[in-house]
Design a binder for this molecule. Structure first.
Ligand code: EPU
Length: 337
């Protein structure tokens, strides 16, 4: 185990924010991690793909632990399905491409989401009508306080919209080391009902899409709307779409009848934050090196030299202008340090 000092985290977070870790270590196996958590530091700061994190300052006290455990195993198989255990450090998109190449179905709508397998359950990642929880079976973790291995079933994880027990009740207490998925081997349950996917498949002249076709359609849509973090630093959606009660929604709809919305239950409705931010006049705007993406207002971007604080200040300005204009509160989806 090699503890390094004063390491720039610029290449470890997709926003490309240049802050430093005073103490940094990489874990490439579960036993590595078990040893690392025994080390005497006031705190351990876990870093996976760094795709859902805004770093506003250097990390001086905590030991930054880059979880980079690679590998995948088929743990069970029958005629219809396969159970695959993927380790935390596997790149999410590469893992999906491998699944598709094996004709294992279920994750294709979530192609090209940045980040790693091990952090995907924390916020129950999702896109185009599918969420991680739809194919999730369990995940293996290490409890930081005891070093013990603990298995979380789907029920234990208490998944919600961009949420799980790892973001709420048990925040910061467990490190996810692997995730087990159940995927289909035939009779794939594809979901192409999300408008943009249907249109993309139609433009590709595809009537009966394969897993590969769906993945390609999703990749094309994402590439047309969402910036590639390798080119323009970003963390995908910066804010969550607000979910409001019917009474709040009614008032809102009276004033803004043209706003898109999606019912989430009998009592609540989701309003796209991207629409609110665009209507508040921020889409495509740049403030120094921090900005709002020109094709998707929900995405904040770093044009190169923005600090985490610059991005945070912009986010808070957007939040307050949106609240003034619409009376609706929007909150970050990304983790802030
Ligand atoms: N909209 C605007 N202006 C914008 C962006 C969106 O008016 O600048 C409107 C669109 O016209 C549409 C609605 O808002 O009516 C929804 O837009 P979109 O389909 O692009 O999805 P989203 O709600 O903005 C969510 C996820 C994305 C995911 C897409 C597709 C959240 C916070 N974001 O975005 O996830 O890719 O749906 O499923 O739920 C991510 O989490 O990082 C992410 C990119």
């Amino acid at each position: 185990m090699n503890i390094r000092h004063n390491i720039s985290l610029k290449n470890y977070n997709t926003f490309g924010i240049d802050v430093f870790a005073k103490h940094f270590v990489e874990a490439t196996s579960v036993s590595d991690l078990q040893n690392i958590i025994k080390l005497d530091y006031p705190e351990k700061f876990l870093l996976g793909g760094g795709s859902n994190m805004l770093l506003t300052k250097s990390i001086d006290e905590a030991l930054v632990v880059h979880v980079n455990i690679k590998g995948k195993e088929i743990i069970d198989k029958d005629d219809d399905s396969v159970y695959i255990k993927a380790y935390a450090g596997e790149n999410w998109h590469k893992f999906i491409l491998w699944c598709i190449s094996q004709n294992y179905g279920g994750l294709e709508n979530m192609s090209l989401i940045p980040g790693n397998v091990g952090t995907a359950p924390i916020q129950n990642i999702g896109a185009y009508g599918r969420e991680l929880k739809d194919n999730f079976v369990s995940c293996e973790t290490i409890e930081i306080a005891t070093g013990k291995i603990k298995l979380f079933t789907k029920e234990d994880c208490n998944f919600g919209y961009r949420n799980s027990v790892f973001k709420t009740n048990l925040k910061g207490q467990f490190i996810i080391t692997s995730v087990t998925f159940k995927l289909t081997r035939k009779n794939h349950i594809t979901n192409t009902s999300y408008g943009a996917i249907e249109a993309e498949l139609a433009s590709m002249n595809i009537e009966k899409p394969t897993l590969y076709d769906i993945s390609n359609a999703v990749i094309a849509i994402r590439q047309s709307k969402l910036p590639d973090p390798k080119v323009l630093g970003n963390c995908g959606s910066f804010f969550k779409n607000p979910v409001v009660s019917n009474s709040v929604f009614k008032k809102f709809k009276l004033n803004f009848p043209e706003a898109p919305s999606y019912p989430v239950s009998e009592t609540e409705t989701k309003i796209p934050a991207g629409w609110l931010i665009e209507q508040a006049g921020f889409k495509g705007k740049r403030f120094g090196d921090a900005g709002v993406h020109k094709n998707q207002a929900l995405v904040l971007v770093n044009y190169g030299k923005a600090t985490g604080q610059d991005i945070w200040n912009l986010a808070m300005t957007i939040k307050s202008v949106v609240f003034e204009k619409f009376g609706i509160e929007i909150n970050p989806e990304v983790n802030i340090y």
